[in-house]
Ligand binder design. Sequence first.
Ligand SMILES: C[S@@+](CC[C@H](N)C(=O)[O-])C[C@H]1O[C@@H](n2cnc3c(N)ncnc32)[C@H](O)[C@@H]1O
Length: 309
Amino acid sequence: MKPVKKKAKVTSLSKKRQSATESGRESSGQSRIRKDGRTASQTSFSDMDLSQWRDYDHIETDSLWLFDGRGRSDGHQLDYHGNCVPQILTQLLTRFTKKQDVVLDLFLGSGTSAIEAMNLERQAIGVELKPELVEYVREKLTEQGKDYGVQLINGSSADKKWTGKAIDRALKKLDRDKAQFLFLHPPYADIIRFSEAEQCLSNAESTDSFLDEFEKVARLGFSKLEPGRFAGLVIGDKYTHGELIPLGFGCMERMNRAGFKTKSIIVKNITGNERGKGRQGNLWRYRALKGGFYIFKHEYVMVFQKPKS
Ligand SMILES: C[S@@+](CC[C@H](N)C(=O)[O-])C[C@H]1O[C@@H](n2cnc3c(N)ncnc32)[C@H](O)[C@@H]1O
């Protein structure tokens, strides 16, 4: 679809756009090729051709994401309590990665990021603490014929030394020195206990120790990400004894301490994340009215960038 030319008041910026269009570069999509192989209408971090930006109306640019439900096609399913909806990955990987880029996920879970990376022709490295889950993801990827560009690591992402070396080996196998996108979907503290393991962030004794462990993971991710590239964090808040604990802003601050610049805070609905709550939904409504709080219907998708230098 070609960009539609609208009659508008011509400002100096739109004059520049107009002259680029008239020279045939913008409208045909055959933009000038730069030294690094990309065209003038491509960013250094995405394959999107911005001379055809009207074609990408499925890609979100607003900070409120309302998805109808969980995407269940292309190998995705609700097979793990606490897995994220694949649409988050589709959005982030399309905007912030290019084909063959490496997506590093330090809380792999059931492998949503790896599956979507493969669907979009990216590569992936996933770190997960639970050995049986790593095996499950491996089998799932093999069954789907999506295991060729994926490296799975069983270990703790808070362990900079051991896991750091394992990530370096995985990067080497994928022919890269650094990852091009970092994805973090940690436990929301103790809301879901993912395992008995001491290193599991869901077993942290307090909010502060959860954030301290999260910061270790953020620092490891920072060290393995290519400068100038992006990171996506999915996180929700929680209530403890009637008080809201803002895990989202806590994690954001720890990302900043690790060196990341905050680019966006997106509010995403959580409808469709889990199976219907039925009667329990009414009970929560009663509790909310009685206790003077609001029931969570959202979580955050936060976007960060590692500075170029
Ligand atoms: C919210 S889930 C991630 C779900 C994932 N995005 C998906 O779609 O399936 C968090 C995962 O982090 C894992 N985890 C917790 N602490 C960890 C640690 N220290 N290192 C690596 N993984 C950890 C848990 O076992 C759990 O599977």
